[in-house]
Design a binder for this molecule. Structure first.
Ligand SMILES: NC(=O)c1ccc[n+]([C@@H]2O[C@H](COP(=O)([O-])OP(=O)(O)OC[C@H]3O[C@@H](n4cnc5c(N)ncnc54)[C@H](O)[C@@H]3O)[C@@H](O)[C@H]2O)c1
Length: 441
């Protein structure tokens, strides 16, 4: 079979600036982690781009380079960071307050972390009720705030000497918003910014500013943000990758691993009760019912899509699915997520599965931020624009083209990601057919 043509990909020369919205637990764990890895003090565990191999060609060829040696990704040494936050703490102070990393990962990189101070945020407490910020931008309307964000982006690019930029939303979960008239076209969106329309959340100002400045945008929270026609169109017009929503880390990651297994074996599901306790600032923000609603929508969708009750009404037509998050300060960032799953098998006999995941939220999220920054930059250099569905692997609530349903199964997402890399690099797709090893012609 002739080799498929590789896509033209601009080289990863110079520095890649990573613009982080929010300098809280996830962002500081990410930055401090990258710096520890760069200094050879720790391993980037959990990062597919840094740790995973990718199989190429037929199994007997034994070609399996690391992804970072296969695709032309930016090197960790070339990453530089900037952030916005309404809380003025530098990255060192914020990391200490977040309480995720131990002193032996913070103290050696303390000077580096102290050098990262947050730029004033485009923040509005109406969208994150439990936060009180002081490091804020001022302007007579939302458009002015967004224009100030654009200036920040340009200023950082020049002062840090960046060749390219990517933006990742790692800020708090905003209150629930549904798409409305202000989100349908760029003209309506810009007018709404000028009129201070409540339909325009702060996260949308960052997304708009990023796209106007030619910067790819990834959304790590469940907010609507860039998941609206106006910004999708803007991204396509400007040939910029966008994607979201909501990092898929703990309980939902497990859900998108377990539920495909039940479906693969045609085992029924009667109910799935998920509850969490967490005590970080994210937990506090999610204690507000309006922010929780945004998170709940993001968490609830996965079972519906994976189990396909309309196709298997006897097995999944009546699943009782509940998700709870309880703010419980003593645990800090160390979340505990319990799942009780009521399944049924042959002739309808019931069984139960209990999952108790004592996880660390930001330890799971930080490598996702790294991969998203590197892969969105790669997508941009490879000329991919609009929604990057091949990166659904990283998201709880993946953005997809209109008319498509999202793929939630973690292993299908994983295959799709690797096959997209193979396609970009002109390597054959791996279908797992493998009949040629057995059929002698
Ligand atoms: N850690 C995980 O496993 C995980 C998984 C999925 C999603 N998330 C999401 O990632 C986000 C970050 O999580 P975290 O644990 O770092 O939370 P955090 O509360 O520690 O940090 C968020 C930061 O964002 C800042 N912020 C709020 N609004 C802002 C704005 N308009 N502009 C700039 N900064 C703003 C806050 O001041 C805060 O410092 C949350 O939305 C969370 O729901 C986290």
């Amino acid at each position: 079979m002739p080799q498929p043509a590789a896509r033209e990909i601009a080289p990863a020369k110079g520095r890649l600036g990573v613009l982080l919205v929010g300098l809280g637990a996830v962002s500081t764990t990410f930055i401090a982690g990258v710096e520890n890895v760069r200094r050879g003090r720790a391993l980037p565990i959990g990062s597919l781009t840094q740790m995973s191999t990718i199989r190429l060609g037929k199994r007997p060829e034994k070609r399996a380079p690391k992804i970072k040696d296969f695709a032309p990704l930016a090197a960790l040494q070339d990453l530089v960071f900037a952030a916005w936050d309404p809380i003025p703490d530098d990255a060192y102070t914020a990391a200490k307050k977040a309480g995720v990393l131990d002193p032996h990962h913070l103290e050696p990189v303390a000077d580096f972390l102290k050098s990262i101070t947050p730029m004033p945020a485009a923040f509005d407490q109406n969208y994150v009720k439990r936060l009180h910020g002081t490091n804020l931008k001022r302007g007579k309307n939302k458009r002015e705030l967004a224009e100030q964000l654009r200036e920040d982006i340009r200023g950082f690019k020049t002062t840090a000497g960046c060749d390219r930029l990517v933006m990742v939303w790692c800020a708090s979960t905003e209150v629930f918003i549904t798409p409305g008239p202000a989100h349908q076209s760029l003209a309506a969106f810009e007018k709404a910014m000028e009129q201070n329309d409540p339909a325009i959340a702060p996260s949308m100002l960052y997304a708009w500013a990023a796209l106007m400045e030619g910067v790819p945008f990834a959304n790590g929270a469940p907010n609507l943000t860039v998941d609206v026609p106006a910004l999708e169109k803007l991204a396509e017009e400007r040939h910029l990758p966008i994607g979201g929503k909501d990092f898929k880390t703990g309980q939902t990651m497990m859900k998108t691993v377990l539920s495909p297994a039940f479906k693969a074996r045609m085992l029924g599901v009667a109910g799935w009760y998920s509850t969490n306790i967490l005590g970080n600032r994210d937990g506090e923000v999610l204690d507000d019912p309006e922010s929780f609603k945004t998170k709940e929508e993001s968490k609830l969708g996965v079972l519906e899509y994976i189990l396909q009750p309309e196709m298997y009404p006897e097995l999944y037509g009546n699943v009782f699915h509940k998700v709870r998050i309880n703010y419980y300060p003593p645990r800090g960032d160390n979340k505990e997520g319990w799942d009780n799953i009521d399944i049924f098998g042959w002739l309808g006999y019931p069984m139960q599965i209990k999952v108790d995941f004592l996880c660390r939220d930001s330890i799971l999220a930080a490598p996702l931020v790294l991969d998203l920054a590197l892969l969105f930059d790669l997508a941009h250099r490879a000329g991919l624009s609009g929604i990057q569905e091949w990166l659904s692997f990283y998201f709880k609530s993946p953005q997809v083209a209109t008319g498509l349903y999202p793929e939630h199964d973690l292993f299908i997402q994983h295959t799709k990601l690797k096959n997209t890399l193979r396609w970009m690099m002109g390597e054959e797709q791996i279908t797992h057919l493998g009949i040629e090893y057995y059929e002698k012609v």
